[in-house]
Design a protein around this ligand. Structure first.
Ligand SMILES: Nc1ncnc2c1ncn2[C@@H]1O[C@H](COP(=O)(O)OP(=O)(O)O)[C@@H](O)[C@H]1O
Ligand SMILES: [Mg+2]
Length: 238
């Protein structure tokens, strides 16, 4: 079987790409599926969440065309693997947009059900590679005017580079006290965003921050956070 490839992407950093991707990975991993994570971010966020920094084989090797992928097992109790990033990946900001897609097509990925790519938090060649390689692109956006504008820009970028993956926009970090009024309606009524916007939204929750910090210590989402993330996975990922 060929795995389905997911990229969480945004125009700017801090929207919750890595956090929501980690929530999705952990939820699916508990269902017993085989997952490969590809970290393309020079911030090494996923690589540090899963304690894989310093591995010999990195996403630089994958972008350089190595077809014998050698990922690191990131959790002992399930079947999740990661190709970690390397600080030097930031130098690869001139590569063509299709390098990752072409190289992945030459690798044997049949043992994975899902691939999750974590790109950097800026629009550059690495982010474009992650989007071009994806079957589905999830665009997390905070409910702010800046993120509203940034979401419009990433949608334009997808059109310009000719990506025809499924696109889902997910409003994240909703906070009844802090989220400015009216911005959610701006997202929801925008004709260009509407067809791609998930009707739900993810609240700002301590347990979501905590998961990325403590997943390797065995921390799991529970209660309301688990219900929200289960819904998100069922409706946006599956
Ligand atoms: N739903 C959420 N609730 C609370 N904190 C969140 C949520 N989503 C993201 N965060 C926090 O926001 C910050 C940025 O999230 P992160 O996933 O690193 O964004 P990105 O990968 O897009 O740069 C982190 O401190 C993270 O813990
Ligand atoms: Mg990130």
């Amino acid at each position: 079987m060929t795995p389905k490839i997911y990229t969480f992407a945004s125009w700017k950093g801090g929207t919750g790409k890595t956090s929501l991707e980690c929530c999705a990975i952990e939820t699916l991993a508990k269902q017993g599926v085989n997952i490969l994570i590809i970290d393309l971010d020079s911030n090494l966020s996923m690589s540090s969440i899963y304690n894989a920094i310093g591995a010999k084989y990195t996403s630089i090797d994958l972008l350089n065309g190595g077809t014998n992928i050698d990922p690191v097992l990131c959790l002992s109790d399930c079947k999740t693997f990661i190709i970690p990033s390397d600080l030097r990946i930031a130098r690869l900001n001139n590569i063509s947009d299709r390098v990752l897609k072409v190289n992945l097509s030459k690798c044997d990925l049949t043992s994975y059900d899902y691939i999750f790519i974590d790109p950097p938090g800026t629009m550059n060649a690495l982010t474009r590679n992650a989007m071009v390689a994806a079957d589905r692109i999830i665009i997390p956006a905070m409910i702010s005017d800046i993120d509203y504008q940034a979401t419009g820009l990433i949608m334009e970028e997808l059109e310009m580079i000719g990506v025809d993956a499924d696109v889902k926009i997910v409003l994240n970090r909703f906070d009844t006290k802090r989220t400015p009024e009216g911005i959610e309606a701006k997202f929801r009524t925008d004709e260009k965003l509407k067809p791609f916007l998930w009707p739900g939204k993810i609240p700002s929750m301590k347990s979501i921050c905590r998961l990325t910090a403590e997943v390797l210590k065995g921390y799991e989402l529970q209660g309301a956070a688990k219900t929200i993330i289960d819904n998100f996975v069922n409706e946006v990922i599956k």
